[in-house]
Ligand binder design. Sequence first.
Ligand code: LLP
Length: 434
Amino acid sequence: MTDFVMDSCSVNEKGHLTLQGLDTVELAKEYGTPLMLMDENKIRSICRLYKSSMAESFGQDSVPLFASKALSFKGIYRIMAEEGLGCDAVSPGELYTINASGFDMGKVVFHGNNKTDEDIRYALELGVGRFVVDNTEELEAVNRIASELGKRQKVLLRITPGIDPHTHKAVATGRVDSKFGSAIATGMAESITRAALECKGVELTGFHCHIGSQIFEIQPFVDAASIMMEYISDIKSKTGFIASELNLGGGFGVRYVKEHPHFDYAGAIAELACAMKKIAEGHGIPLPAVMMEPGRSIVAAAGLTLYTVGSVKEIPDMKNYVSIDGGMTDNPRYALYQSQYEAVVANRAAEKAEYVCSIAGRCCESGDLIAENIRLRKPVKGDILAVLVTGAYNYSMASNYNRIPRPPIVMIKDGKPYVAVRRESFEDLVRNDM
Ligand code: LLP
């Protein structure tokens, strides 16, 4: 098998898995395992695809915002700055990291369904470009604190369009009963919109919606965008307010395994624009400046994780376990969502994968698995196992459970590796212990 779900992976003359032409087995030797490897060129090419497709479909005012929750460290924001993207942040910790990277905070959108007054003050002091306000208590707090600081804060309101896309229930967010935003169907959207228009410390610029993540069908996105355009028109006729901005959130699906379809990002953006323009023309309203918040689709397929195999345990007539030196602490996605992955024995990457096994992590917990019933070339102790498409929601969701240090992130740019995030040390683990 030399055809991988990650297109920048291949096999070299030694039969080793490569990323951007670099031997992953050599990189594992040099940097140790577990190791997160990321292809910077791939990240940049997807950023450019989003930028150019959005400019073409929505005009030059449109902007993709990288969703920090997918991957957050200083270096990723320097890449986003160079590529001309904005960023979405959902916590003061993400805001702090973005600011520490030197990023223009005016291009940051601040999310969250329960921002504290301290978070709001901090974001206002940092000069965050826009707040996405979730609820009326938050609206009141932003208005009050901005007024105290002598500011008028640009705000988008998070609206729930009432869409139920086909994705894991933990990552579906656009339904009327979602914990996020104010639903159109319940009248809460209209009442928070009217309230925002009364606030002196708030400049309402428009609306935001996000229907969920890892969605492969285009139609739910088109439906949500259409509902939002209808809402904009309805609000205009009721209040005279014309939204100048519409943020459509993130959520485009990523191919983790070969059974997943290819998602045409540019095609989907063009379809969204077409549906929105039709409604704008039909109702005689201007097309707002469009923002999108891709996270997974920008970084997932740029990353893979390398582990060292420690043991292969065969339980007769039951199960085979391949144990690795990482697991749910660097990738909790199988434990949380039963997410599927493709894995390869990196030092025997060209050999046939016929051994059915489960990949077990090193935590003291039976649920610490990365995959079940996956096919690998039968590994032995000391082999390097690569798990592909781990660039999104792996490092950002990593933990120190069992006091396991987080792995480093090594980026590869133009065929050269560099450490973007160093490996956590034991000293890092006790840093806050008194
Ligand atoms: N914007 C908002 C408001 C969001 O809530 C999200 C994701 C995004 C943008 C980015 O969506 P993306 O393009 O990455 O699909 N931990 C889960 C994913 C949670 C997604 C939460 N919100 C996972 O590992 O699958």
